[in-house]
Design a protein around this ligand. Structure first.
Ligand code: ZN
Length: 286
């Protein structure tokens, strides 16, 4: 049996076809998008897995390189320290160890380079007993070795801790062991020049003491602290400023030269013979 088709039937069938087409298109688009997303996702995973080991490998390489350089640097530092130590020992043996021809020629070279003038009478000005041996011991010994008569002017008894009498005797004992005559030691015990870091030592007072000694003893060399006083003690520094004032005012005779002991930093102070090359290079007395 044939059923005649009506116009409304044609419209329904075309609308249904259109809906089916839309549904299929949407399904295909969604599926394609899902597949693409899945593909992208599956492509990203191995790339992340590949990047992570790459970064780790780079870091490991950097770490190994740094260790290698550090190891080489430490080797170089150790080598430099070894060479420097050997240099110091050789210099010390050449310049200061007596008893061999090399030592004597080295000592002669050292003295020739030194600006310590040759003199017959020298005055050492210190602030406290023990300054003379702690800071100026080698200078006194060298002057005595040159047959120079050394006078010591100590401006206080060193009674800051109530040990004045003991330190007074130590001053005489130390000077005697270095070849300074007992009668060449002058110890000042004045109320305005007491051993005290907080006490202000007047420049004029110290200058008068020093000038009196220079003129009465007729010395050709005056030795004392520099402006930093070696240990930074204010009493040491005060002596330098008094000496400087005498120099600036022209009161020190032309026949008398003035030397000050150069203050070095704490590290160099306790390096002993390992400071020798630095001293030879940097000292202003060379
Ligand atoms: Zn002192």
């Amino acid at each position: 049996m044939n059923h005649p088709s009506t116009p409304s039937d044609g419209k329904d069938s075309s609308a249904a076809a259109s809906n089916l087409y839309d549904t299929l298109s949407q399904f295909m688009f969604t599926s394609f998008a899902s597949l693409r997303s899945l593909a992208l996702h599956t492509e990203d995973q191995p790339r992340q897995h590949q990047q992570q080991p790459g970064v780790l490998a780079l870091l490991e390489t950097l770490y190994r390189t740094a260790l290698l350089y550090l190891d080489e640097t430490l080797d170089h530092i150790a080598l430099v320290l070894l060479i420097y130590s050997l240099l110091c020992i050789v210099l010390y043996r050449l310049l200061f160890r007596a008893g061999s021809g090399n030592a004597l020629s080295g000592r002669w070279w050292l003295l020739r380079r030194s600006r310590i003038p040759s003199c017959q009478r020298a005055l050492l000005v210190t602030a406290h007993p023990d300054d003379e041996v702690m800071f100026f011991g080698p200078t006194i010994l060298e002057l005595r070795r040159r047959q120079c008569r050394v006078f010591v002017l100590c401006l206080s008894e060193g009674n800051h801790e109530g040990q004045g009498d003991v330190r007074r005797q130590e001053l005489w004992d130390a000077c005697e062991s270095m070849g300074v005559r007992p009668e060449d030691i002058t110890l000042v015990d004045a109320t305005h020049l007491q051993d005290d870091p907080a006490a202000e030592w007047k420049t004029v007072t110290i200058a008068n003491q020093i000038l009196r000694q220079i003129e009465s003893l007729d010395v050709q060399l005056l030795i004392t602290f520099d402006k930093d006083g070696v240990s930074g003690h204010p009493n040491h520094c005060a002596i330098y400023y008094a000496t400087a004032s005498l120099c600036l005012s022209g009161l020190i005779p032309n026949t008398c030269k003035v030397l000050t002991l150069e203050t070095v930093n704490l590290c160099r102070k306790y390096l002993s013979l390992f400071d020798l090359p630095v001293t030879l290079l940097l000292s202003t007395n060379w």
